[in-house]
Write a protein that binds this ligand. Structure first.
Ligand code: ZN
Length: 350
């Protein structure tokens, strides 16, 4: 069978390989790949800047944003052939730390977790793969190819879960407005989940044309190209760019009692003029919380699946701006300016 493999740490090593069929183990699902979402992490691994192969091997099967169809399921597993499933990315560390022991591998304390398609475990970019029952999540078959958006949606399901928990530190928590910075897949899904919660949505992005402004407007949101009005004081900020000036701005401008959630990873080593004194002053005198979030646990996959099932399918389909067939797989890894989400298709999802 075919699989996309890469030698982590070696630039331009990605290739479409022949690999043996996954071995039967009597306890996991055999899954046929339907689609694979491609994200910045995949491109970073392909560039040689990130990723770890499985122990004792040089090549890693790439891919962590999966959508597959169950071919074989053990009796009593709760899955049946034909089910559409998404594989959870992270596996708990072997110690395990207190967070992993509680099933919260997204909060792993010792960093010894593994991740399919990223860290020490083969990913989902193969025509067929095995998926442990505990790490498989069903998605609505009616979503078809759109089910591939579940993994990125889980990142925002977790972000919103934590925003709610932090907000409820005060009994009067009733947020109204939300600012999302960045209208890529993560930002748009942050806006979608905020809209589903009944919030007023603002999205900041650099694009002045293309599909992003209309996608935001169709969530009854306000799209801001390049800059924000000075009087905007959002109750919640979800930062999805990792761009230093944007991060600094949202941390400075947070409203009183506000919650700022950082989801974008910045590169280090670029000092920025930043008035740390006024940042501290605003945080203290405004009861502001700024926090970071990464990854997702099974509960967030279930929340994400529910959010996708409720969403308008026409809107979701406009987020997928390119579907690349497996024969032309290289194109999926070449970013284009008009891209939102690029999907590599392995088989018909209908
Ligand atoms: Zn852990």
């Amino acid at each position: 069978m075919k699989a996309i493999t890469v030698m982590p740490g070696t630039p331009a090593s990605v290739q479409l390989d022949e690999r043996p069929e996954p071995a039967a183990d009597g306890q996991s699902l055999l899954v046929e790949a339907l689609a694979l979402g491609i994200c910045g992490t995949d491109r970073e691994i392909v560039s040689g800047a990130y990723g770890w192969p499985p122990p004792g091997r040089q090549r890693l099967v790439l891919g962590h944003e999966s959508l597959g169809r169950v071919l074989e399921a053990p009796a009593g597993s709760g899955f049946t052939p034909g089910d559409h499933v998404v594989g959870i990315v992270r596996r708990k560390d072997p110690v395990p730390c207190p967070a992993c022991a509680a099933g919260e591998w997204d909060m792993c304390r010792n960093g010894q977790y593994t991740e399919r398609g990223i860290k020490a475990l083969d990913g989902y970019g193969a025509e067929r793969y095995r998926l442990e029952i505990d790490y498989a999540v069903k998605v609505d078959r009616g979503l078809g190819l759109l089910g591939v958006l579940l993994e990125p949606a889980t990142i925002l399901a977790k972000a919103w879960d934590h925003i709610d928990r932090i907000g409820h530190r005060t009994k009067s928590w009733s947020p109204r407005s939300v600012l999302v910075t960045g209208a890529g897949p993560v930002g748009l899904l942050a806006a979608l989940l905020g809209h589903q919660r009944g919030h007023e949505i603002h999205v900041l992005d650099l694009a002045e044309s293309g599909p992003k402004p209309a996608l935001v407007r169709d969530l009854a949101g306000t799209y801001h190209a390049h800059r924000l009005p000075d009087d905007l004081a959002p109750d919640i900020v979800i930062e999805c760019t990792g761009a230093l000036t944007v991060v600094a701005d949202v941390m400075r401008q947070a409203s009183v009692d506000g919650v700022v959630c950082l989801t974008g990873v910045s590169s280090s080593g670029h000092p920025l003029p930043f008035d740390f004194g006024s940042f501290n002053r605003n945080m203290v005198l405004g009861n502001v919380v700024t926090f970071g979030t990464v990854n997702a646990n099974k509960r967030h996959y279930e929340m994400g699946a529910e959010a996708l099932a409720r969403a308008d399918r026409g809107w979701l389909s406009r987020m997928i701006t390119r579907v690349v067939p497996l024969e032309r797989w290289q194109e999926a890894f070449q970013g284009r300016p008009e891209d939102i989400k690029v999907v590599l298709q392995f088989a018909e999802a209908a």
